[in-house]
Design a protein around this ligand. Structure first.
Ligand code: GYE
Length: 312
């Protein structure tokens, strides 16, 4: 047929490829969107795509990778729940000549030679964008900030904290008063925010909340409302991901800012693997996705409408 003739002139085609994806779980709206966008991107390219849901556990991810190796897949995508503890299993993949692509989170420097490329945003920069927005918004006023961190040991939690801390460091009026993990989930975000409010005498002194993702912020907004606080006006909010629900909150005046992260990490990863398999093209070690700030000035209702169908 025409198609197969074309395919043979072009060499190894995407349609011949089987790729396994060790996904973290479904802790956030962003994560759910990444999973569904990845499936759609695989389909577009006719790639056989197998997703293993690790339910937040690194041991499950390691098992999934070993099972993909045993199945002889052509490549493995890995969204590493934490940054350490991957060297052994990634060595096994390398010995089997199966390229590994990291999606959305990074691993420690010791593993740099063990994967082909990483498709991620600059998560230090995301934290800095959030911190700079806050500094600009509060001006010279004193501001006590509470922080909801992502999963302990995840590269994005470490980096989003680091970028934010650096951005506010030169503003002595801004003080981080409490910081704790909410594990990237709505439920934990709410629970931890409730404890912050209690510990801060009802929360009247809290000037701003910084959350490493929007889902934790949505939970925190709920906690603030239940405590009689007014998020978005009395308490400033800034978080990361740009999921539809945060735009709904911004449109309602209950949230202030978010830093966008594309859920399409797999698209560039598939393209890198196809070019590598097909032409031996070695991709750059880091394929960086964009980070963009959104506030109430950006027509949040319209963004909400346009995003909500996109796999979230
Ligand atoms: O921001 C968060 C998710 O690793 C970039 O993980 C990802 C983060 C994302 O659960 O919502």
């Amino acid at each position: 047929t025409v198609v197969s003739t074309l395919a043979s002139t072009l060499g190894a085609q995407a349609a011949d490829l089987t790729i396994g994806f060790s996904q973290i779980g479904s802790e956030s709206g962003w994560r759910a969107a990444e999973t569904s966008v990845s499936k759609a991107e695989a389909k577009k390219r006719d790639i056989t795509f197998k997703i293993a849901d690790a339910q937040q556990k690194q041991e499950n991810q390691i098992k999934a990778i070993r099972s993909f190796i045993a199945q002889g897949v052509d490549a493995i995508f890995l969204a590493p729940v934490v940054a350490t503890g991957w060297d052994q299993v990634l060595k096994e993949a390398k010995e089997s000549k199966i390229p590994v692509v990291l999606l959305d989170r990074d691993i420690d420097a010791s593993g740099k030679d063990l994967y082909l490329t990483a498709v991620t945003s600059d998560s230090v920069h995301e934290g800095a964008v959030a911190g700079e927005w806050l500094a600009k918004t509060v001006g010279d006023k004193p501001c006590a900030v509470v922080e909801l961190q992502g999963t302990v040991g995840a590269s994005v939690a470490t980096n989003r904290k680091k970028g934010f801390d650096t951005a506010i460091a030169s503003h002595s009026n801004i003080k981080l008063v409490r910081s704790q993990t909410g594990d990237f989930t709505r439920a934990k975000g709410k629970e931890v925010m409730e404890s912050f409010i209690k510990a801060e005498g009802g929360g009247k002194n809290i000037c701003a909340v910084y959350a490493h993702n929007d889902d934790m912020m949505v939970g925190a907004i709920q906690a603030m409302k239940e405590a009689g606080l007014k998020p978005g006006t009395d308490v400033l909010t800034v978080s990361i991901d740009a999921v539809p629900d945060i735009f709904k909150a911004i449109a309602a005046g209950e949230a202030n800012a978010t830093v966008e992260l594309t859920p399409n990490m797999a698209g560039p990863a598939f393209d890198a693997v196809v070019a590598y398999k097909d032409k031996g093209t070695v991709p750059p070690k880091w394929i960086q996705t964009e980070s963009k700030l959104y506030t109430s000035a950006d027509d949040p209702q319209k963004i909400y409408e346009s995003k909500k169908g996109l796999g979230y």
